[in-house]
Design a protein around this ligand. Structure first.
Ligand code: SF4
Ligand code: SF4
Length: 437
């Protein structure tokens, strides 16, 4: 057994917790699609255990194929009577795989290069997102998608363009300036790399809504990416490098507020990431305990309500990481319902992943599309014109899928609808007056 296998071998007690009951199978989107035991949590746990015990090579194609096909949605954890910590076992498996994968695997090498040389460098990441925004805002992604060239590009490249295009604002934003802070609790906003790079409007809306509910919001300037992409790709050292910087940047006792389910779930795992680091374990655990979704933070103050400002019917899809990682899916839906009133239509299958799963949609396009098709079918049934979801990855993925499928659907973050409702009802003006008094 080599050193890399030890990442999984050291988790043996967690692997042994599985009692093989199979209650998780129907909750697993990939098992439901293929019907293959190895595409379900129980089969994947068998494979992990075989690798941990040295009965299966970590380079085996079965291990790689079925671990790569896992969405990491953690729906299986919720239904498991034995409390198997599947998400943590998956991260260890991906760390093993990252070292075991042949150097000739171009897609994996490209991914590791991007994660190492762009995502770990805030300056390069700013340039990357600046260029992406320019490409999007000049309409080049849209032009390429509509031009004859669309037939010449690969389906994967076409989907990547549609992802970028769907990060555009769903609404015209009048850009009400954020009001001055009032007396109230201090909170720190985690802006996120994709969040600040392509969805800065969502961060601005988050600040406006928090301030209108009397929170003093600040955005620590030395914060970096949460490390979720690194952790999902098996680069736990890269994830730790970023996590250390965030722990320093957010050094205070104030709540850490996020508006992205993926980031929030990752920030909440810092405690586990440093569990064996005697210098950082305590600090990392305290950091994770301070993390909450914006909807959870607003509920602590009894969120101000405002009537809906739009005519369209609204539906809501919970991001898996918000639902299973942060356990904030209900709070986020309640927040949205306050802003959409009787225009809210419940969506079937919100407990199921949409197929985005970080960059799963680009690495496993076929399976991702199958998972997405089910989600789009449920969205069609609602006949809603707007879908809100609390994670930029899901927002882009559902938006891209809907647009390529010819659906007329605007996709946004729930906080954008709350922000619009506040603006429409004059609540910001009132906040301003109160602040001046
Ligand atoms: S994380 Fe999701 S896709 Fe992976 S085994 Fe669990 S339910 Fe299935
Ligand atoms: S529900 Fe839990 S204990 Fe049962 S097979 Fe799935 S992971 Fe194992």
């Amino acid at each position: 057994m080599n050193t890399d296998q030890n990442a999984l071998a050291s988790e043996e007690q967690k692997l042994l917790a599985c009692i093989h009951c199979g209650l998780c199978l129907e909750a697993c989107p990939t098992y439901v699609i293929t019907g293959n035991e190895n595409d379900g949590p129980r089969g994947r746990l068998y494979l992990m255990r075989a690798v941990a015990e040295g009965r299966l090579e970590d380079t085996s194609s079965a291990f790689q194929t079925h671990i790569d096909r896992c969405l990491g949605c953690r729906a299986c954890e919720q239904v498991c009577p034995a409390g198997v910590e599947y998400g943590q076992l998956l991260e260890s498996s991906r760390e093993v795989l990252q070292h075991a994968q042949p150097k000739s695997d171009m897609a994996n090498r490209m991914l590791q290069l991007v994660l190492r040389h762009i995502w770990l460098s805030p300056a390069r990441l700013r340039i990357f997102f600046g260029a992406s925004r320019l490409f999007r805002n000049l309409g080049l992604a849209r032009l390429l998608l509509k031009s004859r060239l669309a037939g010449l590009i690969s389906p994967r490249a076409e989907f990547a363009l549609a992802l970028l295009e769907s990060s555009r604002p769903a609404f015209r934003n009048r850009g009400t300036p954020s009001q001055p802070d009032q007396r109230g609790e201090d909170v720190l906003l985690f802006a996120g790399c994709v969040g600040e790079g392509l969805f800065a409007r969502v961060n601005r809306a988050t600040k406006r809504v928090l301030r209108a509910n009397n929170f003093n919001v600040s955005t620590p300037k030395d914060q970096v990416c949460c490390g979720a992409l690194h952790a999902h790709a098996g680069d736990l050292e890269g994830a730790r490098e970023l996590a250390r910087k965030n722990i320093v940047a957010f050094d205070s006792d104030a709540p850490i507020v996020t508006n992205a389910g993926g980031c929030g779930a990752m920030l909440m795992t810092y405690g586990h990431l440093f569990a064996n680091d005697k210098d950082l374990a305590g600090q990392a655990a305290k950091f994770s305990a301070r993390v909450r979704d914006v909807s959870q933070q607003l509920e602590t103050s009894g969120m101000r309500t405002a009537p809906s400002s739009g005519e369209d019917y609204v539906t809501y899809d919970t991001s898996c990481h918000l639902l299973y990682g942060q356990c904030a899916g209900d709070a986020s839906e309640r927040m949205l319902r306050t802003a959409s009133g009787n225009k809210f239509i419940a969506l079937n299958g919100t407990e199921r992943c949409c197929g985005a799963a970080g960059i799963y949609n680009l690495m496993q396009p076929d399976m991702s599309q199958k998972v997405l098709n089910e989600k789009l079918a449920h969205i069609r049934e609602t006949r809603a014109g707007i879908l809100a979801t609390g994670n930029p990855g899901c927002q882009m993925h559902i938006g891209a899928g809907a647009s390529l499928a010819g659906m007329s659907l605007r996709v946004c973050h729930p906080i954008e609808l709350v922000d619009q409702a506040y603006e429409h009802s004059g609540l910001y003006k009132n906040s301003h007056k109160e602040a001046q008094n």
